[in-house]
Every structure is written in C-alpha cells, then in structure tokens.
Write a protein that binds this ligand. Sequence first.
Ligand code: SF4
Length: 473
Amino acid sequence: MKNFNPKSRVADEFISHEEIIDTLSFADKHKNDLPMLRQILAKAEAEQGLTHREASVLLACEVPEINQKIFALARRIKLNYYGNRMVLFAPLYLSNYCVNSCVYCPYHIKNKHIARRKMTQDEIRQEVIALQDMGHKRLAIELGEDPVNNPLEYVLESLKTIYSIHHKNGSIRRVNVNIAATTVENYRRLKDAGIGTYILFQETYNRQSYEVLHPRGPKHDYAWHTEAMDRAMDGGIDDVGIGVLFGLSTYRYEFAGLLMHAEHLEAVHGVGPHTISVPRLRPADDIDTSDFKDCINDDIFAKIVACIRIAVPYTGMIISTRESQKTRERVLQIGVSQLSGGSKTSVGGYANPEESNNSEQFDVIDNRSLDEVVNWLIKLGYIPSFCTACYRAGRTGDRFMELCKKKAIHNFCHPNALLNLEEYLTDYASADTKRIGQDVIDRELETLSPKIRAKTKEWLERIRKNNERDFRF
Ligand code: SF4
C-alpha cells in the first residue's frame, strides 16, 4: 500500500491510485472466498458501515447466496435508517455557459450548436414560481463554470431571489448548490447565503481518465477538483454531496474511490458526505454513450447502490430522472433516499417547456410530472417527503450525522414528512393523489409516539383548516 493516507489533504494520497489497484486485486482474489465474504457480511449486519476494501469485496462477489444476502441487508438498512420516506427535489438550471471541455457533457465550450442561456433574475423568478406551483420545496441549482457569465455574485444574487419568492402558499426552503470547485472564501460566501448541501461530482476518481476527459479549462486540474470538498468544509459548509458519473471509468475503481473520499472526509472533518449521487452516463446533444466503453448495465447499477447502502448506512443516496421509472423503483428499495421529480434539465424549462429541446444537459428518461411521481411513491408504500426541517433547525453536518447514526432522525423526519405531505396534498395534488395521500397520513400517524402524534394531529388540522404552513419538529 503506497501513499494511502485518509487524513492527508493531498488528493493523490487520500485517493491513492496504488491503494485502489491493490483493493481491486484483493477483491478479485476474495470474490468467491466464502469465509471472508461471510465475515464481511457479519460486520455489515451491525449496520455501522464497511471500509472501501471490504465493500469492494462484496461488490466483486460472484456467489449467488451471498449476493442475495447483500440485497436483503441493503433493504433492511435502508428501512432502519430512512424508514419509508423518500425525499423529493428538483434541479434548477440557471445557466449553461461553460468554459470547460468535459467530453461527456453537451455544455462543453466547443459545442457551438447548443443554445446558450443564462437566466435573468426575473426569469429565475418565473422558474421558481413554476416550481412552487408544482409543489417543490427543495431545489438543486446547477450551472456551468464560467467566471465571466456565471460569477459567484450571480449565484449569490440568484439564491437571494429564489429564497425571497412566496407565490400563493409556496416557498423554496432549501437550495442545494452544484457549482464548480472554488476557493475557501467563495465557499464561505455560499454558506453565508444559506445554501443547503454543496454538491460536486468527482466525475471519475481515476486521475488518468480524469485528465483525458477534461482536456482543457479550470476543471482539468484534478487536485483542485478532488480537494474541493475539503475547502468547502474549511469554508464552513457542513453538508457536502459527492458522486461519480458511472460510465467514465471502470465502476469498481470509481466505487472504491467514492468510499475512500467518504472515509477521508470523515477522518479529516469528523463527518462524511451528507449524500452520494449515483448518476449514469446518458445520451445528450452531441454526446453518444457508445463512445464510452465503461457504461454499466442495470444489474451492476443495482449492486453498486446496495453496496454503497451497506458501506455508508447513514449517508443519503440520490437518483435523478436520468433513470427510468423501472430502475428507480428497483433502487429505491435497496438504498436510494432522495429523488428528483418533474425535472427539466434545460435553462428556463419549467416556465417555458418549449425551451427543453435546445439547452438540455442530458435526456430525461423519467418524464412524469411531480404529481405522478408522488402518486407512484404512495402506491409503492413510500411517504413522499418535502421536508427541509433539519437544515432550517441547524441539524446539519456532524449534528445530523450523530442523530442519523443513532437512528434517532426518525423522530423528526417521520412527523415532518407527514406535515409536508399534507401541505402538498392541500395545495397542489390531483384528486387521486390527495385521496391516497390522506390514507397514508392517517395510517402513518399511528406509528408515532402518543405525544408526537397529538402535536402532529393538531398541526395537520391547522394546515387543512386554517391555511397555516411550515410546522416542524
Ligand atoms: S460537466 Fe459542468 S464543467 Fe463540464 S462542460 Fe458540463 S457544465 Fe461545464
């Protein structure tokens, strides 16, 4: 093992290539080793997580009986940590100007035929009203890296605009931010602007592939990009979200890198990532996935989700509308805790759906409306959650993780999810969604302790009858 040091602040030491190569060969050697597989599973049963090396052995495992146990355990951990709640959000694309040259993204600088758009504050207002009218409370803003067109001041002004809009009973209560790697000072400014999670996908942890896939522009700098979460946390941001774009390099390499990154954040900052996203490469304007030899199939994708769930039980997992209804249904059971719904991946696509065809970042597969997604989740037995209470009550970073690790987060999340669902049903739902949603709320109330149930019932009545909003535990 060379150079590997999770406590180091140097990218090549906490994501040590040598350690990943050693891990993959260790996993290959033990993928049919029943005593070792059973030993790792026994450790995982305690629901306190696994190292990247142990989890990599499970990912490589070829023994059907063990693989069944992996999926069953992932299901159990998902239920124990997250119950049957499923958090909903929407992406909001502010601008697709970008000076980078990522070969898998249609916003790359050399793409001259995609429409370039940057929203004015007034256009953002229209987008936010359209999102509020759907029922969204939580957004993730997205924009390309372009110091001239998309400076930090533009992001900060947009955040102010988004938080200021209250259309009818609507409000956006948490804005997660996905912008390019930046300085500690800029992260501090984002924190002061009240962002939720800072999200930055690594794309690939394989430095060699990374440099080929990002041939020019500031994103070419692997160390600057890989060390971004450390700077974000130094700047006071509590919650960070990591992820890779599966398909850019071999999935087992990415999986080990992802978990090493989580171990590093925990070792240095005392808290791991708040979320892990699992996007897969998708076709888009001038992007053909057949150019990428490492794309993964649905079965491997499901196994990755299950193994992440087991390795980091207390880290939220996010899936977008890049995936079909069928795939989403499969992975919700075994690990995913947040999903987007009714999404547009174009700039200005919510208020002006005709925009969708010329500035999209990727093709959306799950094109259902938010109401259809909520209805579907309820019918599958989930509680769609629009809750943002932890962030607003200061339960972030290590405070959130501590509650989550003790599985105590349920005491807040469950009644809060019901209260937020009631707001959605009262203000935005179709008749059928409203009917089945009310049944779910009645049923789930019975699972609460008598004291919390009484308070929740009182607040539910006030939402329904007095048009009051925003109750939370
Ligand atoms: S992935 Fe991001 S940085 Fe790269 S071209 Fe697309 S928008 Fe720009």
